[in-house]
Each structure stands twice: as structure tokens, then as C-alpha cells.
Design a protein around this ligand. Structure first.
Ligand code: MN
Length: 498
């Protein structure tokens, strides 16, 4: 993952009605806000102060400059005084990047003893931000509104969260997914309209014959393969479980070769996400397991059985969480088996092999075990259990006439007992508001068995991303009721009718 040097512009709206002294104060206040936001250490990207905007021409030019500067990921707007919003129409109509309306005020408290009309005129965002908000709404422009005092920790954390959404919006169109096999035969939910995905999200989804990537795997030198295998042996616990040590290492080395070959292919051809399919492996000796887990850990998106939508979503979430302090991980995941014991309900999450080690809690082991599917040799895989904590499971589905993003808030827990015979990485979670309502809602909404899961983003962040992409979003959280959700789905049928 390479973090781009994105910045956010801070554009303050005003007007010249109250004289130069007022405008000088407006600029000084905005500069102080920007300096303190940057000094807070809470924002993942830098905020850059821009000269106060007071008329059509400067507003239009500022937004055009923001469009044209590849380092600008968004503009934060705030009306310190009153700024007649007709002046904003042209600039806003031409602006194409994420927009935050920070509805704040320089002073936190009304200065009761000294307040006069000059102070009121200078500090009237309660008034000016409504005028501005009106025109943004009237023009139907998607934006985020955050209200509160700019020095408040909660407000700063919300700005920080929105910045990550903005990065997701900006970077979505740079996601390129390589399909090294087609979707699994007869499966519906992993399918979708790739042209529409490119129109909506900017994703490029390309197919290659499996053996074209296999050539890259075959070209990996023995030395490189052995060196990476040594690294695995240093880093992970080797769980032979009765297998011959030499034969075990040979199986692990096959995955090292796949990791190196796949990564070279991805880098050379500029892809950041990949799908595989256990039934279409060409000249590969094993289903890529450990290799894919390592690539996901490095920031690549992945979807199994040709699931390119989930692969792109995993990549998107990796970008959005990049560099997050104390990040707990993001992975491709699959709903497998329930625990239905009252009071202990949850869903055991895993996949055949491909779970990202970023979500692991504690040591990671390597196992070599047979796969019940496919016709290749026993693949090596990383095994571990996931961290406890809150997370979100997301599923992007194609309903035929539109995409829908389903977001379920989940609580990841430890299973009651270890599962010594299960040779895959796992997580165990209870969907909110409960397994029963969560699973019923998921099924009514048409959610898939594959998900893009993360501990490090919120429902709000993903919902804002979906809104910016112009797609439907359905969330399932502590407040979800079946009656409410089914009504929402009915209303969305109308709201998203073409
Ligand atoms: Mn699957």
C-alpha cells in the first residue's frame, strides 16, 4: 500500500458587506482553525487554508483548481459570515470531488457581556451555513454535513472519518481487478454487471486466461521461492500435524512461488485486486491459499470463486483504512456455519483458505490439508482466529437494475471452545441487532454469503461512500426491525427506479 499525498482544502465563505476588518478576522479565524485541526493529530490528511471566498469568480476558480489538483481529495466549506449562495452555484456545479460542509462557529460560547451587532454579523454561521446548505440541497449535490465546534474532539474525529470516506471516493476509480478465472458456474450472487460497475464505481474488471498468470508463477526462481519459504518458516508456526516435514515444506514452497508470481503479475499489469476460482486453476499446483492471504495482508483486494465485486470492496476498504492507528484488519469473509444455542448465537466465518491475516489475534500457524473441492494437491494456508470487537460486514449485490450495498454491524467474539480439527482461519460474530433479526434482514436485503469485512470503518463511512457513488445502501444495526427494514426496501424500489 502506498499512501498518496492527499490534502483537503478549507474554503471559508464570506462577503464584503461588513468591511475589511471583518474579512481580516474571518481569514485569521479560518487560519487558526486549520492550524489547530492539523496540530490535533486526529486527521489522517492535511488541511490547507484557502483565501476567503466572497464572490462568484473566486469561488468558481477555487473549485476548478481543486478539481485540477490531483493531490486535492476534497474541499471543506464553512460560511463564517453570510455568503449569498447564488455566488456558489457555478463553482459547485462544476466541482467533482468530495464536499464537506463543516457547520461550525469560531467561538464556542456566546460572549454574553460584550456581544454587540458587529460580533453578531461577523459570527453568523448559524445563518450563513443555512443559506449555503440550501443551495447545495437544491442543486442535489451529495455532501457531508458535520455540525459542532471545530475544536471538539468528537467533531475532529468525525472530520477524520469523513476524510477516509473521501479517499474511498477518490480512489475507487483507481481500482483494477484481475479475474484469473470466471465466476463459479451457476452461482448468482457473485455475478454482476461489470460495465455498470465501471460507470458507478470506476472499477476496471479484466479477465486473463489462468495460464497467463501461471507463466509468472513458473518463472519464479528456486532461490526466490526458498527465500520466501524461509521467511514463512521464521514468521509463522509450522503445524505439521503428523505430515512429513520435507513434504510439508514443499507444499508451503508452492504457495511462496504463487505469491511471488501473482504479485509480479499484479504489479506489472497494475492490478490491485484479484479473484480466483478453485475449479479453474490451469497449471497451478494448488489453489492459492497462503499466497492470497499474504497478498491481502499487503493491501490487495480478493474475492473467491470469481467474486470481483467483493475483491474490489476489500481493496476499497484497505485503501480507506490505510495508515489508521491501531487498525485491527480488513478481510474477505464468508458466512459458513451457525451456532444457534440461545444466548450464544453467532455465525462462524471462514473460507476454504483465503482469510486475511490482518484480522488475526495472536500467533499465526501454517497447515497443509486436503481440500474437499477441486483436483489439486493439498494447499498450505495460514490459520488463526480473529480479534474480538465491533466490525462491519458489507455485501455489494447487483439487483439487475441497480447495485445495493448492505452493511451489517457485527460483534466479533471468541468461540466458546477451540476448533482443533478446523484447518482454516476463522472469525465468529453475532450480527446486530441479533442473529435472528440480522440474518433475516440480510436475507430480505439479498445479501451475499461473501462479505468484505473490517473492524476499522463505520457504517456511516461506508454509507457515505455508497451515497457518493449514487447507489442504494441498506444498513442493519442495533436499531433494525424487520418491519422497518422491509418498508425501507419497498421504498427504495421506488427511490431507485430508473
Ligand atoms: Mn466462497
Amino acid at each position: 500500500m502506498e499512501k498518496k499525498n492527499y490534502k483537503f482544502w478549507f474554503a471559508t465563505g464570506s462577503q464584503d458587506l461588513y468591511g475589511d476588518e471583518c474579512l481580516a478576522n474571518v481569514a485569521a479565524h479560518a487560519k487558526q482553525i486549520v492550524a489547530e485541526l492539523n496540530a490535533s493529530g486526529r486527521l489522517p490528511y492535511e488541511v490547507v487554508w484557502k483565501p476567503t471566498l466572497i464572490d462568484n469568480a473566486t469561488i468558481r476558480k477555487t473549485f476548478a483548481d481543486a478539481n485540477n489538483d490531483p493531490e486535492v481529495a476534497g474541499v471543506i466549506t464553512w460560511m463564517h459570515t453570510f455568503s449569498p449562495a447564488k455566488s456558489w452555484i457555478l463553482g459547485l456545479s462544476e466541482y467533482r470531488k468530495p464536499l464537506l460542509h463543516l457547520h461550525t462557529q469560531f467561538n464556542q460560547e456566546i460572549p454574553y457581556d460584550t456581544i454587540d451587532m458587529d460580533f453578531m454579523n461577523e459570527n453568523q454561521s448559524a445563518h450563513g451555513d443555512r443559506e449555503y446548505g440550501h443551495i447545495v440541497t437544491r442543486m442535489g449535490i451529495e455532501r457531508k454535513v458535520i455540525m459542532g465546534h471545530w475544536a471538539d474532539e468528537k467533531v475532529q474525529n468525525r472530520i477524520a472519518s469523513w476524510m477516509r470516506t473521501a479517499i474511498g471516493i477518490m480512489e475507487s476509480s483507481h481500482i483494477r481487478v484481475v479475474r484469473v478465472a470466471d465466476n463459479m458456474r451457476n452461482v448468482a450472487v457473485t455475478e454482476g454487471d461489470k460495465v455498470e460497475a465501471q460507470i458507478k464505481f470506476g472499477w476496471e474488471v479484466d479477465a486473463y486466461p489462468v495460464n497467463e498468470i501461471v507463466e509468472y508463477v513458473d518463472a519464479v526462481s528456486k532461490g526466490d521461492m526458498e527465500a520466501l519459504t524461509d521467511e514463512y518458516y521464521d514468521k509463522y508456526d509450522i503445524l505439521l500435524e503428523g505430515r512429513d516435514a520435507t513434504e510439508f515444506r514443499n507444499h508451503v514452497a508452492v504457495q511462496a512461488k504463487i505469491e511471488l508470481g501473482f504479485e509480479k503479475f499484479l504489479k506489472e499489469k497494475n492490478y490491485q485486486a484479484i479473484v480466483t476460482h478453485f475449479g479453474d486453476l490451469g497449471g497451478l499446483q494448488q489453489l492459492p491459499g497462503l499466497a492470497i492471504q499474504r497478498l491481502m495482508e499487503k493491501g490487495y483486494g480478493f474475492g473467491a470463486e470469481g467474486d470481483w465485486k467483493t475483491a474490489a470492496m476489500v481493496r476499497l476498504m484497505k485503501i480507506m483504512t490505510e495508515g489508521k492507528k491501531d487498525a485491527k484488519g480488513t478481510s474477505f469473509m464468508e458466512d459458513y456455519t451457525y451456532n444457534l444455542v440461545p444466548g450464544k448465537e453467532g455465525i462462524l466465518q471462514a473460507h476454504m483458505l483465503e482469510v486475511c491475516p490482518t484480522i488475526s489475534d495472536g500467533p499465526i500457524g501454517i497447515k497443509v490439508c486436503p481440500l474437499s473441492m477441486g483436483d489439486r494437491e493439498d494447499p498450505a494456508r495460514l490459520v488463526f482466529t480473529a480479534k474480538e470487537g465491533e466490525g462491519i460486514a458489507t455485501s455489494l449485490v447487483d439487483l439487475g437494475d441497480r447495485f445495493r450495498l448492505i452493511i451489517n454491524e457485527v460483534d466479533v467474539k471468541k468461540t466458546e471452545k477451540p476448533m482443533p480439527k478446523l484447518p482454516v482461519a476463522t472469525a465468529f460474530w453475532t450480527p446486530r441487532p441479533s442473529l435472528q433479526t440480522g440474518a433475516e434482514s440480510w436475507i430480505y436485503a439479498g445479501g451475499a454469503h461473501h462479505t468484505a469485512f473490517t473492524y476499522d470503518l463505520t457504517t456511516e463511512q461506508m454509507a457515505d461512500w455508497a451515497a457518493a457513488m449514487g447507489i442504494e445502501v441498506v444498513y442493519i444495526d442495533a436499531n433494525t426491525t424487520i418491519r422497518g427494514l422491509r418498508n425501507e426496501l419497498r421504498w427504495n424500489e421506488v427511490a431507485f427506479r430508473k
